[in-house]
Design a binder for this molecule. Structure first.
Ligand SMILES: C[S@@+](CC[C@H](N)C(=O)[O-])C[C@H]1O[C@@H](n2cnc3c(N)ncnc32)[C@H](O)[C@@H]1O
Length: 258
């Protein structure tokens, strides 16, 4: 990540965007920014429940922002959650909010996680993977997971339906902001996960933009879809394999615009 990109996540504009869109109390989806795709807590819980979280276990959130998930999920499941974020500013705000909690907040990136190997039972990467250098981030997230541990990951697929206009608008808006925006080659992700000693234990595919927010998904991989939410389980410790699995332009965009 360039210095410019990193600085973007510290700007007052970005912090205001997070406060508008990434807080527990914001239920009014109509007021959300168009590029924002993360649904409300009751929908998030439907997926985190599928991790089968046991009290007393350790979780790490990648890109914890203002700490809403660290705060809420920690209390909800009775577990210690630590968080990392590339933004010093969001980490400062998250630390203020979480002063009573036992988890740790650290400045750090998904591509170089500041924790030792096999530290966590669960890793959560919610609404962040598209901002990261995905090949490195996957290898790192699996490195810090214990064997048997699970990673919950959301991301944008590189091939969505050509008539999904909202997805195209979101792609244009993200590019205008000049921040990292990565579309995953989903089959390459699957292979990379396996090369790193893990497998995709649960898959949810959201056909069109807006389906994630509405909780509408299919479980058999379609040819084209806009977003995914998966649970990856670590089975063994392997030497890290890092491959390019994403592109800053979607395949749908490239096919349309050459
Ligand atoms: C849309 S917010 C999501 C925050 C949080 N996951 C939530 O749902 O409340 C994305 C966060 O990821 C952080 N971020 C961006 N790129 C990152 C990277 N490469 N490594 C770690 N954090 C990153 C941003 O600073 C921001 O706080």
């Amino acid at each position: 990540m360039s210095d410019h990109e990193k600085e973007y996540f510290n700007t007052p504009e970005y912090i205001a965007y997070l406060k508008r869109n990434c807080e527990l109390i914001d239920r009014d989806t109509g007021n959300r920014d168009e590029t924002f795709t993360s649904p409300h807590m009751d929908i998030i819980i439907k997926y985190t429940d599928q991790l089968g979280i046991e009290p007393g276990r350790q979780m790490l959130e990648i890109g914890c922002g203002l700490g809403r998930l660290v705060d809420y999920l920690g209390k909800h499941y009775g577990i210690d959650i630590s968080g990392i974020d590339v933004s010093d500013e969001t980490c400062k705000l998250a630390m203020e909010r979480l002063s009573q909690s036992s988890g740790e907040i650290k400045v750090g990136s998904a591509e170089k996680i500041p924790f030792p190997d096999s530290s966590f039972d669960y890793v959560l990467c919610w609404g962040v993977f598209d901002l990261t250098d995905q090949g490195y981030a996957i290898a790192e997230m699996l490195r810090v997971l214990k064997v048997g541990g699970k990673l919950l990951l959301t991301g944008k697929n590189n091939e969505f339906m050509p008539d999904d206009e909202d997805a195209q608008i979101a792609e244009i808006k993200s590019r205008e902001k000049n921040i990292p925006n990565h579309y995953t080659d989903y089959n390459a992700l699957k292979q990379l996960v396996e090369s790193n000693g893990a497998n995709l234990a649960l898959e949810h595919f959201f056909l069109r933009r807006g389906d994630f927010m509405a909780g509408r998904y299919v479980i058999n991989q379609p040819a084209q879809f806009q977003e995914y939410c998966v649970i990856v389980q670590k089975e063994s410790i392997e030497l890290p394999v890092i491959n390019e699995i994403s592109d800053s332009y979607s395949k749908t965009w490239r096919q349309k615009h050459g």
